[in-house]
Ligand binder design. Structure first.
Ligand code: ADP
Length: 394
């Protein structure tokens, strides 16, 4: 029986997909429809032989883009659909089988993620039309962090803002932090205390104790925390009033600059792409050097702060495009944590790139471990989908 899960990550103008078989050694079919809803929409991906394809889908909406995706599943019919849903608010502490009540709850939460949740729901509607008899499961980015204690999730704001408007810290990248910390447990043979650093275009850190998230760097929105590709991360909360009063900036402009014009791009004045920044810094570009310095220092500072949540520190895990591929960033983050007794094996650090999983510390038994673990958000969404369906049918 086919027991693949079709994982769908539906944004406002893109749909990422992966058909994930139950057996880890089976090939996945994966790709993305981009610029959905526009005249230059297209689909790209790879087939079961790893061959890449790209196809124009002019004017395709979400349903048509999904139909095109289905045509590239090589006749394989999934057993279920797993949807990445960005915000589950306080309502969802784990994955949920999608029915009308769950859809309504996701809609209610849309006020907290106005760009993401409505687009995610469009994906649910489109797959529901195409596969009316398949179970659909919602897997939330925020669910893993619902184990945060109040001291970590509450802002020091008037209580009514929390009580009446759900303003609190939620955290994101939950499937990634959950996956890599579980993998670190398995590889280390312990239920550990880990600091995980997911460093991609979006970046966040997390403190995980015995499989539970105890604190994380992102908050009400994915803007809080460390420096990201184009997002500022933490700034003085007084900045908004200052930009408004002194420079006359509108809220929209402030929001746009903090989300799309800041971070590595804003600091360097060059690019949000870490590879390009490393090359430019090597050629003496001052902005690129500064951007990398601030980025690494702020990650170290965040990890040090999050270590307060852990009863014991067993190690640090790096993941995401930068965490998996940049020995320079890893080395600089570790150099900024001089009191942690970390030992870096420079050769292992240089060699653990391009999808390799491995330890990059010197192996000293008293020192915290340093792991590089490629993340697998699609695999985790498929696993949670499968697990929930097994629980329901048991
Ligand atoms: P997303 O968050 O969009 O999924 P990724 O996890 O793919 O993004 O991470 C993208 C980032 O990873 C980019 O900044 C890119 O430059 C960086 N990256 C990828 N490969 C390398 C590399 N070899 N060295 C340094 N940075 C890299």
């Amino acid at each position: 029986m086919e027991s693949s899960v079709l994982v769908i990550n539906c944004g406002s103008s893109s749909i990422k997909y992966a058909l994930v078989p139950a057996a880890a050694d089976q090939p996945r079919l994966a790709g993305a429809a981009e610029r959905v809803g526009s005249s230059d929409a297209y689909l790209k991906g790879s087939d079961s032989h790893g061959e890449r394809f790209e196809k124009a889908l002019p004017g395709a909406d979400h349903t048509r883009a999904l139909e095109a995706i289905l045509a590239h599943l090589e006749g394989r019919r999934p057993a279920a659909i797993g949807h990445r849903i960005v915000h589950g608010g306080e309502h969802f502490t784990k994955a949920a089988l999608i029915d009308d009540a769950v859809k309504a709850a996701i809609e209610t939460t849309a006020a907290l993620a106005p760009l993401h949740n409505p687009a995610n729901l469009e994906g649910v509607a489109a797959t529901g039309k195409l596969f009316p008899d398949l179970p659909q499961v919602a897997v939330f980015d925020t669910a893993f962090h619902q184990s945060l204690p109040p001291r970590a999730f509450r802002y020091a704001l008037p209580e009514a803002l929390y009580r009446d408007h759900a303003i609190r810290r939620y955290g994101f990248h939950g499937t990634s932090h959950a996956y890599v910390s579980e993998r670190a447990d398995a590889l280390s043979g312990i239920q550990g205390g880990w600091l995980t650093a997911h460093l991609g275009n979006g970046c966040s850190t997390c403190a995980v104790w015995e499989g539970h998230s105890l604190d994380t760097s992102m908050g009400l929105t994915p803007l809080e925390g460390v420096v990201m590709g184009t997002r500022s991360g933490d700034v003085d909360p007084g900045l908004h009033a200052h930009l408004s009063r002194q420079l006359g900036w509108s809220l929209e402009r402030i929001d746009d600059v903090l989300n799309r014009g800041s971070g590595l791009l804003g600091l360097s004045g060059l690019t949000n792409d870490m590879r390009e920044l490393e090359n430019a810094a090597g050629e003496g570009h001052e902005g690129a050097r500064l951007a990398i310095d601030v980025f690494c220092y702020r990650i170290a500072k965040s990890l040090a702060a999050l270590s307060c949540a852990l009863p014991r520190l067993d190690g640090i895990v790096f993941t995401g495009g930068i965490g998996e591929n940049s020995p320079l960033v890893r080395e600089k983050v570790i150099a900024n944590l001089p009191h942690f007794g970390l030992g870096l094996d420079r050769i292992a650090n240089a060699e653990t790139v391009r999808g390799r999983e491995g330890r990059i510390d010197g192996g000293h038994p008293a020192a915290p471990r340093l792991w590089v673990i490629p993340t697998d958000e699609e695999g985790r969404i498929a696993a949670e989908t499968r697990q929930l369906l097994e629980e329901i049918t048991a």
